[in-house]
Design a protein around this ligand. Structure first.
Ligand SMILES: [Zn+2]
Length: 844
């Protein structure tokens, strides 16, 4: 590696970045001229990036710019289109020709006549900043170079440049790197410039990894991009990243064994990647850069920027550059400069365009075959369609249908259910969302090994051999039809089954109306006839409020129009069955006042998931309490504290006592995953972790036994097999327990991506959810982890501390903002937790 310290000057920039791309149109400013500093000497803010690309589109008839979305922090998401002026003027017609190849009912054969569509995506991880700088250089090259090579690219390609996929994260990081930069660069790894503070810049505003969100589409960045994507269906898509400072460079092919999505055409992994790899080899060899392929990364999870386009007949490409994280950093071979990292990403960008242009016909044929096979291919399951729907929760149905529609999956309404046929252009996305797997060739996954989204939403579904379709649903605006709540002078009753019920409850509570929860079911005559109400149903006694009945009605109907939740009224407190409305089994609820512990050592993903859920779905404030402020925080302001996975080494014995004393006053502490292990390890609760039974020393896995000697080279693979990297299991939920309120079925899928195994509580009433006898639904788990640890374990426990309690989750109920099915368990802990008493009673 040529890792000398680089002082970039203008002349140098020409040589260093743009070798062989001259002559340049002098009326187009280079990034350096526009920004006032050479690329690589500063981290360029996103607004400057947008300004530069906007300038290019203004000055050049080769480029146009569009805004495809906006981030949580209101930064613009932009796409620059670059091609010849002739192509640009003719873009609508070219697009129409291009889209014929993704329509399985058409048979165009003019593969070579239509320019190839290349989408260069940059900087999905905010603190992997080299790629957005490379985006500026790539845009400049394509817009301003008059070299015959670039001319040829433009004639044969429409290039889309998405300069910053994650602007909120990028700016967080750029600000950090720039503010600690010295005039005399400091390459010492321990310097502040190279060590961002929590939560760092990788993620977006709510600390979500946008490179996992293409499938789940929870964030506006991904929603905007998916809408754009399904208008254009590019043939080649890039995803640029950074990795450890001591690495070199990575391009595809990825790890060959096991790194394959089982439903992806083999041709994508084998032929296409091998077609492109020589272009990167040549380009990087030319500038003397070192690289590797094949040894790591997998494209199994379909929600990466380097895998989703593969499921749309394109070729998605992952690049990983060793990070200078900062402007200059020490490595084993001297220093690595920001400019050096940028040059590799730039070089790969141009090589990608070259490879796409030179294989234009092949890529088009491939995409056409991909979509044609979607409607002819039979699923191995033998199913022709999936039928789904939850009879008790329209808002969850709606959220799931929105998820299907954003991927252009065709959905039909059939009676009270919904049907998705497999015979449709998005056949493989239907498989992705509904099919489950348990056999994998490899067991070490870079990420999750389960992604059957229908289980995330806990939507009852079944595969059908034959099915009629019914009426197509094209949007969900009018999917939910509920009758408007009438004014009552006696009581209002609200279903707790609906996904939005907690948000409606919080709204009503925050307006000062007292609400009670039914701890037993009942049937009562309502304005809509006699109705059965489930555990947890909310009841608002009108005469007991400090407000007039008109004011109460106003608040209740506002909550309904905001959250679309079914609501009912009664004129009497007498139930036809079960508890009456004056029963002590209605418990008056207090409004949750929640704090979430954050800071060093805490999983920012899990913390962000809690923040996102409460802030965007429940519209409820949550105090993000930094651990460095824990000693001076007045905890009495809160009735609920949430601790997600983390090491919590910052909480010393005095602070742990503070937490324990606060809980014992009657408050609720919620611990998730590794925080549950922490609370057990620190003996704050009398619960235990699952241990290997005696005499079970022999592993039944093929994986190595403790006493054996093993080849050194296998160590990391062997260790990887013992991790539960992300899989879906079935639990048996006690739906009579307040934490299980709002569920109709005891069978519930949960997401596990940790090795926290809670032993069932010794108290017979404390184990709220336990894995079933055959818990596996989807994804990889080793035999030992499944049989010895998981099967005998609990998924959800509530354990007393004084008059309070700790709610211990073994699994993550809020994973990636997409676990609509288990969010309710977590929200029950917040809204009902303080009403949970733990009866005495030993289990057998
Ligand atoms: Zn990355």
């Amino acid at each position: 590696m040529a890792l000398c310290t680089i002082m970039v000057t203008s002349a140098f920039a020409q040589d260093y970045f743009f070798k062989n791309k001259a002559p340049f149109n002098s009326s187009i400013p280079s990034p350096e001229t526009f920004l006032g500093y050479p690329i690589g000497t500063q981290h360029t803010r996103h607004d400057q990036i947008v300004a530069y690309l906007t300038k290019l589109a203004e000055l050049s008839d080769r480029a146009s710019i569009t805004t495809y979305g906006e981030t949580h922090e209101h930064r613009k998401l932009v796409m620059l289109t670059v091609t010849t002026p002739k192509n640009l003027g003719n873009l609508d017609a070219i697009k129409a020709e291009h889209l014929k190849f993704v329509n399985p009912n058409l048979n165009p054969t003019n593969y070579n006549d239509v320019p190839i569509f290349v989408q260069l995506g940059y900087n999905v991880h905010g603190n992997e900043p080299s790629s957005s700088e490379a985006a500026l250089l790539t845009a400049y090259t394509l817009v301003a170079s008059n070299s015959p090579e670039v001319q040829q690219y433009l004639e044969n390609a429409i290039v889309f440049i998405d300069p910053t996929i994650n602007p909120d994260g990028r700016d967080r990081h750029a600000q950090w790197a720039n503010q600690y930069k010295s005039n005399t660069l400091v390459s010492d790894n321990i310097d502040a410039e190279h060590n961002e503070v929590w939560p760092r810049g990788r993620t977006n505003h709510y600390w979500f990894d946008l490179n996992r969100d293409w499938l789940l589409a929870v964030n506006p960045e991904s929603q905007g991009k998916l809408k754009w994507y399904h208008k254009w269906y590019p043939n080649v898509v890039t995803d640029f990243h950074e990795m450890g400072t001591n690495s070199n460079y990575f391009f595809e092919p990825m790890k060959p064994i096991g790194s394959q999505d089982p439903i992806m055409p083999k041709e994508n992994y084998e032929t296409l990647n091998n077609l492109f790899a020589p272009y990167f080899t040549e380009a990087l060899d030319n500038i003397g850069s070192f690289y590797y392929t094949k040894e790591s990364f997998d494209g199994t999870y379909p929600g990466y920027g380097s895998s989703y386009p593969d499921l749309q007949g394109g070729l998605a490409l992952l690049f990983e550059q060793a990070s200078s994280r900062g402007h200059l950093q020490d490595t084993d071979y001297g220093t690595i400069s920001f400019a050096f990292t940028i040059r590799n990403q730039y070089t790969s960008s141009i090589a990608t365009i070259k490879a796409a242009v030179e294989n234009k016909a092949y890529l088009r044929q491939y995409q056409q075959k991909f979509f044609k096979s979607a409607i002819t291919q039979k699923a191995k399951t033998g199913f022709s369609a999936y039928e789904f729907g939850d009879a008790y929760d329209m808002n969850r149905n709606k959220a799931f249908i929105d998820e299907l529609l954003i991927h252009k999956i065709k959905v039909y309404k059939k009676g009270s259910k919904y049907v998705v046929p497999l015979k449709q252009p998005q056949h493989r996305m239907v498989q992705t969302i509904f099919e489950t797997y348990n056999k994998y060739r490899d067991s070490v996954f870079y990420d999750a090994s389960a992604w059957s989204v229908v289980n995330f939403y806990n939507i009852p579904y079944e595969g059908l051999k034959t099915s009629s379709l019914g009426e197509e649903i094209t949007n969900t605006d009018n999917l939910i039809k509920i009758s408007k709540v009438q004014k009552s002078n006696y009581s209002y009753i609200i279903d707790w089954d609906d996904y939005n019920a907690p948000a409606a409850l919080y709204y009503i509570q925050s307006k000062g109306v007292k609400v009670a929860s039914a701890f037993k079911p009942f049937s009562i005559k309502t304005s809509n006839g006699n109705k059965n109400f489930n555990y947890g149903s909310l009841m608002i006694p009108v005469s007991k409020q400090k407000k007039s009945s008109s004011d109460v009605y106003k608040i209740v109907s506002e909550a309904q129009s905001k959250y679309n939740v079914p609501m009912y009224t009664t004129k009497s407190g007498f139930s036809t069955n079960g508890i009456d409305l004056g029963s002590n089994n209605f418990k008056a609820l207090s409004k949750p006042k929640a704090a979430l512990l954050i800071g060093n050592g805490v999983s920012s993903y899990e913390a962000g998931e809690v923040w996102h859920l409460l802030d965007t779905r429940v519209d409820m404030p949550v105090t993000k309490l930094q651990m460095r402020n824990f000693s001076r925080a007045n905890l009495d302001k809160y009735n609920t504290i949430v601790m997600v996975s983390g090491s919590y080494s910052q909480l010393d014995s005095i602070q742990r006592l503070k937490l324990k004393q606060w809980t014992s006053k009657g408050n609720t502490l919620v611990t998730i995953a590794r925080a549950s292990k922490w609370i057990i390890d620190k003996k704050l609760v009398k619960e235990t972790l699952t241990k290997k039974p005696k005499g079970k020393d022999k592993d039944n896995d093929k994986s190595p036994k403790k006493v054996d000697r093993l080849p050194y080279v296998d160590a990391s693979a062997n260790i990887g097999k013992k991790r539960v990297g992300g899989a879906i299991f079935k639990v048996d939920l006690d739906i009579t327990h307040p934490l299980g309120f709002g569920y109709r079925s005891a069978s519930l899928p949960v997401y596990k991506n940790n090795n926290v195994f809670l032993a069932p509580s010794k108290n017979a009433y404390s184990t709220v959810a336990k894995y079933t006898k055959n818990p596996h639904i989807d994804g990889y788990i080793s035999n030992d982890n499944l049989n010895i640890y998981l099967k005998p374990s609990a998924s959800l426990i509530v354990s007393p501390i004084g008059r309070g309690r700790v709610v211990l989750f073994a699994d993550n109920p809020n994973f990636r903002g997409a676990w609509y099915g288990t969010n309710r368990l977590f929200l029950n802990a917040l809204f009902l937790g303080n009403k949970i008493t733990i009866p005495k009673g030993r289990s057998n």
